[in-house]
Design a protein around this ligand. Structure first.
Ligand code: SF4
Ligand code: SF4
Length: 130
């Protein structure tokens, strides 16, 4: 969470947002290269609260809707002065830039995407062509 006061920002976006960036975390994953990789993505989606996201720059990530244990009832950070670097380095610009090309919320979404690749001729048996 960006601290609107400490960071000299008075746009109020973090207060209005309610600390969304502290209620989940993302992990970068390797882009899927073949059908087995897509099956692995479906496995991520067997887990409740997990989304798989394709970013507009072509990178992929797993997004887990698990809140940080240090988020308080008012959506503030209990350890703000000692928060880890990943929180210190996160900027409002980064959060506003978050723009996904695709968000997969269920295994069926992956099947539909693979079918779309197949129809577009981007898939041959077992492989994706860039
Ligand atoms: S940095 Fe972005 S996601 Fe995080 S609290 Fe502020 S507006 Fe919300
Ligand atoms: S440590 Fe604080 S700023 Fe970082 S995710 Fe947790 S609540 Fe948010």
């Amino acid at each position: 969470m960006v601290d609107a006061v400490d960071d000299g920002c008075d746009c109020g976006k973090c207060f209005a947002c309610g600390g969304e960036c502290c209620k989940s975390f993302c992990i970068d994953i390797c882009p899927p290269k073949d059908l087995d990789d897509f099956e692995d993505l479906k496995w991520y989606l067997f887990h409740k609260g997990v989304n798989v996201c394709l970013n507009k720059d072509g990178s992929w990530e797993v997004d887990t809707a698990i809140p940080c244990m240090h988020l308080d009832e008012k959506n503030g950070c209990r350890i703000y002065s000692e928060r880890p670097p990943v929180c210190r380095d996160y900027t409002l610009e980064e959060c506003e830039d978050e723009d996904y090309a695709e968000v997969f919320r269920a295994p069926e979404d992956i099947d539909a995407y693979v079918e779309k690749l197949r129809k577009e001729g981007k898939l041959k048996p077992g492989r994706i062509f860039k």
